[in-house]
Design a protein around this ligand. Structure first.
Ligand code: NOJ
Length: 650
């Protein structure tokens, strides 16, 4: 061994052992004395030079950091960034290339990244391989979706032992046989390939970078940095949900003025198209007409929501739009959609038009128009835009998740910020926490959303799906899942050969507004279906989209989760609890409520005989006075849920 040293996190919960063994850097890690990562190698191979071996450790530096910062909006307002940093300076023997390896040790996880300072030898480089290993101490239970398949991240999650995975996307979430939870992911993916995780045999995992279409993994020029490789840790599944190391490992906000950022709930000319009652393209069933938009705006204003998303307003949707990405215009409207008139009307009602750019992965077509497109939105007062990237391969064969697209997504976020536009990205790159740096990056899709309930050939998202999402895709939040379908059996759908439906109860649909965090939450269903369920609609009107804090009192991945969040703008607390196919009862301690105060709990629960499969609609609305000392009993039906507002009483 050339070198070996142990470092600990601020409260010594996490221990990192760093080694240099015959010129190869390596690490292992333990958490509360329990081994998590066994000796694992580190390094990166360039086409020009192999920086995974023959390395000399020149020096290392230790520093400490403890600061609390605020999110302009979010699931948690104040976030403490408390870590110890160790930076290793490495040099390649003989040829002398330099590489730094920085570790940040938090009590709840580890982050590390490579950096290549400015140097002659790496002026224009190509990374051909990253050899970072994550050798696990056990064959944990894991939840994952496979990498290198069509449909991007839109798959049901698999639950297997780690030894059974092949190559998977991150976050890769795991539970040890002792009940610890961990998740491997990355933070601050800005100009690099996405990291997927490949199995090297049994419990040994390795970083696998999504290549360019010629096989290069990363192209760059020193100085350059990799994203942080992260391992979040928690005793419970809920701890993972409130683990903020990903955000802490991103740069602070580049936006000096964040006062223009807003959160809110929105309706849309959207579900219609997914059901098949209207079309994106022109014709008799065209959804995005001036008239229908105004109707939606009336509904939106009446109930006090933020705005109306309108898809299919711009030319290019006729024919097979997914295959004709080059014909989309982002400034030319269909003749029956008067953008000036609908935005004037929106203004008069105090609501917003939410813009839409479906690129269908025609990246050069979009990039050529995006400035004009944002200018148009600036001109008519559109402040939030949903973008879309339907397609599997981009511009001549690039993966959706390679460096080409990472760069594109980042570039659009920056351009949107310059135009004071908030983004909601569908078919996005996975979230690695860049909303800290660019807080106009509000929300995104990046998993199977509600739309799969409308048309997926497997009939929709099974009841367990939403009990896995918060611990996988949802860990890095926010997710534009688009809840708010009240007509669960989709009786509006003209044809329904696969018996598509929403596979849970109405109470569970309501609970999703708390369980799945997003600063923009959709109310997806058609206005007539929403108004047909006034009790449910009352909850949707009440639930906030911006939170002071988040607590997870109960969670078991794939089974159930209960999330509690405090409103950022009042003293009210909100609870969302959901279960999979099984009925469950919970006793929840309310010690999060302010001691000595009386609260009125407004409860939307599964009603008598509710059952996701046979009887999804019964919803029971009750109230109950309680205090922080009350133990609250929750009773969830099969595939059910519960939604509660705790309103402080005077
Ligand atoms: C897929 C998106 O997820 C969906 O929300 C959108 O309606 C379509 N693409 C069309 O852009």
């Amino acid at each position: 061994m050339d070198f070996e040293e142990t470092f600990t996190s601020p409260n010594e919960t996490l221990t990192l052992n760093f080694t240099m063994d015959s010129g190869i850097p390596g690490y292992s890690m333990s958490y509360n004395g329990i081994e998590i990562i066994t000796p694992s190698e580190l390094g990166v191979v360039f086409s020009e030079v192999d920086m995974s071996e023959g390395l000399i450790l020149d020096a290392y530096e230790i520093s400490a950091y403890d600061e609390t910062w605020s999110q302009p909006w979010g699931e948690q307002k104040e976030i403490r960034d408390h870590h110890k940093q160790v930076k290793f300076y490495l040099t390649k023997n003989v040829t002398g290339e330099k590489m730094n390896l920085t570790f940040r040790l938090f009590d709840e996880g580890l982050g590390f990244r490579y950096a290549w300072p400015e140097q002659k030898g790496l002026q224009d480089f190509v990374i051909s391989d990253e050899v970072t290993e994550f050798n696990l101490a056990g064959n944990h239970t894991s939840w994952w979706i496979g990498a290198y398949q069509l449909n991007r991240y839109e798959h049901l999650f698999n639950e297997t032992r780690v030894s059974e995975i092949d190559t998977v996307h991150t976050p890769l979430t795991m539970k040890t046989d002792d009940g610890l939870h961990l998740s491997i992911h990355e933070a601050a993916l800005t100009d690099f390939a996405s990291m997927t995780i490949a199995n090297n045999g049994h419990n040994t995992l390795e970083a696998d970078l999504v290549p360019w279409n010629n096989g290069d993994k990363v192209r760059g020029s020193a100085p350059h940095i990799s994203p942080w490789r992260t391992i979040a840790l928690g005793k419970t599944a809920g701890d993972l949900m409130t683990n903020y190391i990903t955000l802490n490992l991103n740069e602070p906000s580049k936006l000096e003025d964040t006062s223009w950022l807003e959160t809110g709930k929105y309706t849309g000319i959207w579900w219609d198209m997914h059901l098949g009652t209207k079309t994106w393209g022109s014709g008799p069933d065209h959804g995005a007409t001036t008239e229908y938009t105004k109707e939606l705006m009336d509904f939106t204003a009446k109930h006090g929501f933020y705005g109306v998303l309108v898809e299919g307003w711009n030319t290019g949707w006729d024919g097979d739009w997914a295959a004709n990405s080059d014909i989309f215009s982002f400034t030319e409207t269909y003749p029956d959609f008067d953008i000036q008139e609908v935005t004037r009307y929106a203004d008069s009602l105090g609501v917003k038009l939410i813009g839409h750019h479906e690129t269908s992965t025609g990246i050069s077509n979009y990039e050529a128009q995006v400035e004009d497109a944002f200018d148009l939105y600036n001109e008519v007062g559109v402040e939030a835009v949903k973008t879309g990237y339907v397609g599997d391969f981009v511009e001549g064969g690039e993966w959706h998740h390679g460096q080409f697209m990472v760069r594109h997504y980042r570039d659009i976020v920056r351009k949107a910020a310059e135009h004071k536009i908030m983004l909601n990205v569908h078919e996005p790159i996975k979230d690695t926490g860049i909303r800290r740096t660019w807080p106009n990056m509000m929300t995104r899709e990046g998993a199977r959303g509600q739309e799969y309930n409308a048309w997926s050939v497997d009939g929709g998202n099974p009841p367990s799906y939403t009990t896995i999402v918060p611990f996988t895709r949802g860990l890095v939040s926010p997710f534009d899942y688009t809840p708010g379908v009240f007509n669960l059996l989709l009786t509006d759908k003209p044809e329904n050969p696969n018996n598509n439906r929403v596979m849970h109860t109405l109470a569970k649909e309501l609970a999703l507004y708390v369980v799945i965090y997003s600063p923009f939450q959709m109310i997806s269903d058609l206005p007539r279906n929403l108004e047909a369920q006034p009790v449910a609609l009352e909850w949707v009107k009440a639930v906030p989209t911006d939170w002071e804090t988040t607590i997870v009192p109960e969670a078991e991945i794939g089974d159930h989760v209960v999330v509690v969040r405090k409103d950022r703008n009042s003293n009210d607390w909100f609870l969302g609890g959901i279960t999979n196919e099984e009925a469950r009862e919970f006793e929840i301690e309310l010690d999060f409520l302010e001691a000595g105060k009386i609260y009125e709990a407004h409860i939307w629960a599964d009603g008598d005989e509710a059952d996701w499969e046979t009887n999804p609609y019964p919803l029971e609305r009750t109230t109950q006075e309680l205090t922080s000392e009350t133990i609250l009993e929750l009773d969830l039906a099969k595939g059910g849920g519960v939604a509660i507002r705790f309103a402080e009483m005077d």
